[in-house]
Design a protein around this ligand. Structure first.
Ligand SMILES: Cc1ncc(COP(=O)(O)O)c(C=O)c1O
Length: 378
C-alpha cells in the first residue's frame, strides 16, 4: 500500500525535497514522505483533472469529512460549520495572528520548535518570545510551565502559538499539560493558537487530546489548525484546516476568506484522505512505528554517540549529535561529507545547536542508507 520507495522513482519527483540538492545527496530533511499516495486521493485528483475542476477552492464536504475523521480517530466531534478550509497551516496561523493581535506585540513559542514559527511571526510584524521546553537527563522534552508563565507575563505579549503534537521533539501533550497551557494563557490574558498538524500521526502508545475538545474556557476562545497534508503527504495540494473555538470567533476566518482560499484540488484530496484513506493511514502508522524503533537499533549499531528519544507522533527524529563534535550544525557536516541532507538543528532555535532532524517517512532501506551516510561523515 505504501509502495517501494525506490530511489530511481523518487528522484523523478520535482518537489522541494527532491529538487533542493544534487542527485548524489539523499534528502532526509523537509517533512515530505517517500511513500506512494493513498489510492482514494489519487482517484479524487484524477477525477478533478478529467472534468477541469481546478477553479477557486470551495470548502465543499471538508467540514463533514474532517469532523467524521476527528470523531473516529481523535474522540472529538467538532461542528463542521466551524471547520474552515485554508491554504496551509502556516498561512492560517499568520492571518489569525494578524487579525487578533496588535502589530509589534509578542507571540510566545516553545523552542526548539518548527522553524517557520520564528520567521513567519517576524514577517507578520510580531515579536517572537521564547518559552523553551525543558529537557531531562534522558533527553526527553517537557513543558516548562514557569518559563511559559514568565514569557506570557512580558510586556506587550498577546498570544501563544503552541504545537501539539510538537515538532521536532515528537512530544504528544497530555490533557493535564494542555490544561496547564490553557490556564496560563487565560491568567495572562493571552490568545492561544494550537497547531495540530501532526495529530493524525500519533503513534501507538500515545493519545492526542484535541485542544478544542477540552472543557476549558480557552477552548472557546482559541483557534486550532490541522491538515491532511502531513499525514497523507499532500502539502503540495495546498489545503489545511482551521477550526474556530466558538461562533464568536468564526468571523475572524470568514472575513479573511479570500486570503485563506485553499487549493480546490487540495480540498478534494483532503476529503478523500479524511473520508476514505484510513486503511492507508493505518499502514503508514505501522511503518512509522517500525521505523522509529529501527532508528534506535541503527544508531546503537553505528552512531552510539547520537542521543535519540523516539517520537510519540509523526516521522521526525530529533537527534542530539553533540557527542560527535561536529559543531553547532551537524547537518552541515552530514551534508558535505556524507551526502545526506538533514534539517539543521539551530533552525529550530538556539536550543537546537548540536542537533539535527532526520526524516523517517521512508523505507527501512533508505533510513539505513541515511544512517550509513551520517556515519561516513565522522
Ligand atoms: C508544526 C508544524 N506546523 C506547520 C507545518 C507546515 O504546515 P503547512 O505546510 O500546512 O503550512 C509543519 C510542517 O512540517 C509543522 O511541522
Amino acid at each position: 500500500m505504501l509502495g517501494r520507495c525506490a530511489l530511481e522513482d523518487l528522484r523523478k519527483r520535482k518537489s522541494h525535497k527532491w529538487r533542493s540538492y544534487p542527485p548524489d545527496v539523499l534528502p532526509a530533511f523537509v517533512a515530505e514522505m517517500d511513500f506512494d499516495l493513498a489510492e482514494p486521493i489519487v482517484e479524487a485528483v484524477w477525477a478533478a483533472m478529467s472534468i477541469g475542476d481546478c477553479g477557486y477552492g470551495h470548502k465543499g464536504e471538508l467540514g463533514e469529512a474532517f469532523a467524521a475523521f476527528a470523531a473516529k480517530r481523535l474522540r472529538w466531534s467538532p461542528d463542521p460549520a466551524r471547520v474552515f478550509a485554508i491554504p496551509d497551516v502556516m498561512t492560517g496561523i499568520a492571518e489569525v495572528i494578524q487579525a487578533i493581535t496588535p502589530p509589534g506585540s509578542g507571540i510566545v513559542i516553545t523552542p526548539p520548535v518548527y522553524q517557520p514559527f520564528f520567521y513567519r511571526l517576524r514577517l507578520a510584524g510580531r515579536r517572537v518570545v521564547e518559552a523553551p521546553l525543558r529537557r531531562d537527563h534522558h533527553g526527553r522534552y517537557d513543558l516548562d510551565p514557569e518559563a511559559l508563565d514568565r514569557a506570557l507575563a512580558g510586556d506587550d505579549v498577546s498570544a501563544c502559538l503552541f504545537a501539539s503534537p510538537h515538532n521536532p521533539t515528537g512530544r504528544v501533550w497530555s490533557r493535564a499539560q494542555l490544561i496547564t497551557v490553557a490556564d496560563i494563557c487565560q491568567r495572562r490574558g493571552a490568545a492561544l493558537l494550537i497547531d495540530e498538524i501532526h495529530a493524525p500521526l500519533v503513534l501507538p502508545g500515545a493519545e492526542h487530546v484535541p485542544f478544542l475538545s477540552l472543557d476549558h474556557e480557552m477552548a472557546q476562545r482559541s483557534f486550532a489548525f490541522t491538515s491532511a497534508s502531513k499525514a497523507w503527504n499532500i502539502p503540495g495540494l495546498k489545503c489545511g484546516v482551521a477550526i474556530s473555538g466558538s461562533p464568536e470567533t468564526d468571523s475572524v476566518l470568514q472575513e479573511r476568506w479570500e486570503a485563506l482560499l485553499a487549493g480546490q484540488v487540495g480540498v478534494l484530496g483532503s476529503v478523500a484522505a479524511f473520508e476514505e484513506s484510513l486503511p492507508w493511514l493505518d499502514a503508514l502508522l505501522a511503518q512509522l512505528d517500525e521505523n522509529r524503533s529501527l532508528l534506535t537499533r541503527l544508531l546503537a549499531g553505528s552512531l552510539p554517540g547520537v542521543r535519540y528519544v523516539p517520537p510519540e507522533a509523526s516521522f521526525l527524529a530529533w537527534l542530539d549529535c553533540r557527542a560527535l563534535s561536529l559543531g553547532d550544525d551537524p547537518a552541515a557536516a552530514f551534508l558535505s561529507r556524507g551526502r545526506v541532507a538533514l534539517s539543521s538543528g539551530p533552525g529550530f532555535g538556539h536550543q537546537g545547536r548540536g542537533f539535527a532532524r532526520l526524516n523517517m517517512g521512508t523505507s527501512p532501506e533508505l533510513m539505513a542508507e541515511a544512517v550509513r551516510r551520517m556515519t561516513a561523515s565522522r
